[in-house]
Design a protein around this ligand. Structure first.
Ligand SMILES: Nc1ncnc2c1ncn2[C@@H]1O[C@H](COP(=O)(O)OP(=O)(O)OP(=O)(O)O)[C@@H](O)[C@H]1O
Ligand SMILES: [Zn+2]
Length: 722
């Protein structure tokens, strides 16, 4: 009887053999359900071995093979295997992460029929012409009318997308004939730099090439992506477009859908309902989807006709998964481009130092967009020296009057503060009590909007006490400032202005987020108070002033990547100012106006900053000049976590070649998280290969160690946080 070898989601690097009566080589790459332990697990057939690893008579039989959809192709299995190897994870875990849950469970995949193009029908047009009460269906119809035709799946993705069935039932929308033009709408005339970039990148389109597209904020990188995508689509190829957080980029989704009305666009991200995710994945797998637009996990989309990979905001930390299999979608995308011999474009106004270094060394090709597409200039950036100033709830007089001037002119301002909540801690001046999280080594943040004290790490919360829980003092005070406090003060200072706070508390759902964006875009907000959510990618033509408060705190953070992140964040958020025809200005409140980081910001000199930061990294022996991996352990008791890491370090000492450096175990900065104490051990090498082969041997040995039941450990290759 045929034997099938299966990758199952278990945390050990082992494959499992089963028998399957009717299995053939055609089944490699198919999902299966198998008995496992007392229950059932689902996994993927990766091989059809001639002989089993164990006595064949003891093998159990698979329960079900999913044969409704095409098997995952060999190149996809290679991608999964590479991911498992490089990040030292079990293949089954990679498969579990990469496949949509429904497909992996070998469930039936429904609704695989083509994704029809829809447009308003005559009845729909009549509905739009007559005044009627607002409803979901009406809003969706209006949206469709503004951008018809649209794929059913694209409509589904709209905030009112649930009404798509209703629209069809009511006859307000109809299916339009295929063969609609691939590219629709009027195309903007490219700037000279955009033109040069498109030409240069298109010239390498016949094989593997990695491009860093370094375009200043507002330079029109998106337009370059769209033109390159159009070329690939015209050549009959599929395009993979990665974005940092799809919930943050509904605008981009809409833009892509509007540009390529005749193309099938599939969104892939973890926010989708299971059915939609399976469906999109299978549409890509079977070669129907033309464009796959998604967050990091979309890098695992199977794409038989792949022709181009685009990575927007390539520097963004969200491309790195921070739990489970800690992969970097950006790095995997580059590997994938090489594997499939296609072009990959990494775009950013503030490239990661890793990518910038690759561009310098010639590993990546390099294309610059130095001018903004619409605006005549980048915003003017100035520091407000706050050392001798009296601030009003953190706001300087200069910033206040700049905001007042924008109000007067009918323009928008953004106050950027990367700390949500009202105040980072509640404290008692009498006895020194502070609000600390019972589960984490962190303070509880005051959220005045819903009157709670909340931990931003474990999420636990409770009411705000009226008196000090320790001494009974009535006069306990919120200490420090978050977005809610700034919002409240701005509302007092500018009573006639419409102040809008944009952070993860005010935009908890995608619908809330889209509503906020729509409010801003419609000019119905005058002063925005926002966290880094506001920094990414947005394009609001009337936003002309960005005020930065509280950035100094990150200047002296312990993580060696902190300056890079701060610079990127400030350049990005500053880049929201003056993107269209109104001049922009960025005011940074700081006690260190002479700091080189701020000076580089003021001159928009990313290259100077990057060169400086890379020099520092070289002398300190940090990435990208070295390669790192982090072994982390957590347990209810810190001593258990540290003891394990000490043992791991001792094992490493016996295995590591001279060029691999093993650091001492240390508690993590946020030592306690959700009642578990955490510690880490850094290993570093001058070469990736040396690190990789050491890791293989070391982790193998660690898996054999006896550890307390309550201890967990994991490895993070190329960690972003150290
Ligand atoms: N060739 C062009 N002609 C006219 N307008 C353009 C052109 N290219 C881009 N734009 C417009 O310029 C603005 C900035 O473009 P886009 O948002 O793509 O910039 P970006 O490079 O992605 O910037 P960021 O990195 O800051 O997000 C947008 O409003 C876009 O529509
Ligand atoms: Zn907590």
């Amino acid at each position: 009887m045929p034997i099938v070898r299966i990758a199952l989601p278990v945390p050990i690097p082992q494959l499992f053999d089963y028998t399957a009566e009717d299995a053939s080589h055609e089944d490699i790459g198919r999902c299966v359900r198998v008995p496992f332990g007392g229950g059932e697990k689902s996994g993927l057939i990766v091989d059809l071995p001639v002989d089993a690893d164990v006595d064949a008579t003891r093998l159990k039989a698979v329960r079900h093979i999913q044969r409704e959809v095409s098997p995952l192709p060999a190149d996809w299995l290679e991608l999964a295997a590479f991911t498992a190897r490089y990040y030292h994870a079990a293949l089954g875990e990679v498969v579990a992460l990469a496949l949509p849950p429904g497909l992996r469970r070998a469930d039936a995949v429904r609704d695989l029929a083509a994704d029809p193009l829809l447009a308003p029908s005559a009845a729909g047009a009549a509905v739009l012409a007559a005044p009627r009460r607002a409803s979901r269906a009406l809003r969706l119809l209006q949206h469709l009318a503004a951008q018809a035709p649209q794929r059913r799946s694209a409509l589904r993705a709209h905030a009112d997308g649930e009404a798509v069935g209703e629209l069809l039932r009511k006859g307000w929308a109809e299916v339009v004939r295929e063969g609609a033009p691939l590219v629709s709408g009027t195309l903007p005339i490219l700037t000279a730099e955009q033109h040069a970039a498109v030409d240069a990148i298109a010239a390498t389109a016949t094989g593997y090439a990695a491009w860093l597209l370094h375009g200043v904020t507002g330079s029109g990188k998106t337009e370059v992506y769209l033109r390159l995508a159009a070329n690939a689509l015209a050549a009959g190829r599929q395009v993979l477009m990665l974005v940092p957080e799809i919930a943050l980029t509904p605008q981009l989704e809409a833009r892509v859908a509007a540009r390529f009305a005749g193309a099938e666009i599939v969104a892939l991200h973890s926010g989708l309902a299971e059915g939609a995710r399976s469906r999109g994945f299978v549409r890509a797998l079977e070669g129907h989807a033309d464009i796959v637009l998604g967050t990091r996990l979309a890098v695992f989309a199977p794409l038989p006709r792949l022709g181009l990979i685009l990575i927007d905001e390539e520097h963004d930390a969200s491309y790195k998964q921070q739990e489970g299999v800690r992969y970097s979608a950006r790095d995997l995308a580059v590997w994938r481009a090489r594997q499939r011999a296609v072009t990959v474009v990494l775009g950013s106004a503030t490239p990661s130092l890793e990518s910038w270094q690759h561009a310098r060394s010639g590993r990546y090709r390099y294309q610059v967009l130095s001018q903004r597409a619409l605006a005549s200039a980048l915003p003017e950036v100035r520091c407000i020296d706050t050392r001798r100033l009296k601030l009003d709830e953190g706001l300087s007089a200069a910033l206040q009057s700049a905001i007042a001037a924008r109000l007067e002119a009918g323009e928008q301002s953004l106050v950027f503060l990367n700390r949500r909540g009202y105040a980072p801690v509640l404290s008692c001046p009498a006895c020194g009590w502070v609000s600390t999280c019972p589960h984490c080594s962190a303070n509880l943040v005051v959220h005045l909007a819903d009157r709670r004290l909340r931990c931003h790490h474990c999420g636990c919360d409770g009411p705000i006490p009226r008196t000090c829980p320790s001494c009974g003092n009535h006069d306990i005070q919120p200490f420090g400032r978050g977005t809610q406090r700034i919002e409240a003060r701005l509302a007092e200072l500018f009573p006639r202005a419409r102040v809008l706070r944009v952070d993860r508390d005010s935009a908890r759902t995608r619908a809330q987020w889209e509503a906020l964006l729509a409010t801003i875009a419609a000019g119905e907000a005058d002063i925005l108070v926002g966290t880094q959510m506001m920094a990414k990618g947005h394009d609001f033509p009337r936003l002309t002033l960005v005020g930065v408060v509280g950035a100094d705190a990150s200047l002296h953070a312990a993580d060696f990547r902190a300056p890079e992140r701060l610079f990127q964040q400030l350049m990005q958020v500053g880049g929201r100012a003056g993107r269209a025809h109104l001049a922009g200005e960025v005011l940074i409140q700081t006690e260190y106006p002479e700091h080189p980081l701020y000076r580089c910001l003021a001159t928009h000199d990313f290259d100077a900053f990057a060169a400086m930061a890379l020099d520092e990294r070289r002398s300190a022996g940090f990435p990208p000049h070295t390669f790192q991996a982090m072994l982390r352990a957590d347990a209810p008791l810190l001593q258990d976590a540290v003891a394990f890491l000490r043992e791991a370090a001792a094992v490493a000492a016996g295995l590591a070649p001279a060029q691999v450096h093993i650091y001492d175990p240390v508690p993590m900065r946020l030592t306690r998280l959700s009642r578990r104490e955490r510690a880490q051990l850094l290993v570093e090498a001058a070469e990736r290969g040396a690190l990789q082969s050491f890791l293989g041997a070391w982790l193998g040995a660690l898996r054999g160690l006896r550890t307390p039941r309550t201890l967990r450990w994991n490895v993070d290759v190329d960690p972003l946080e150290v």
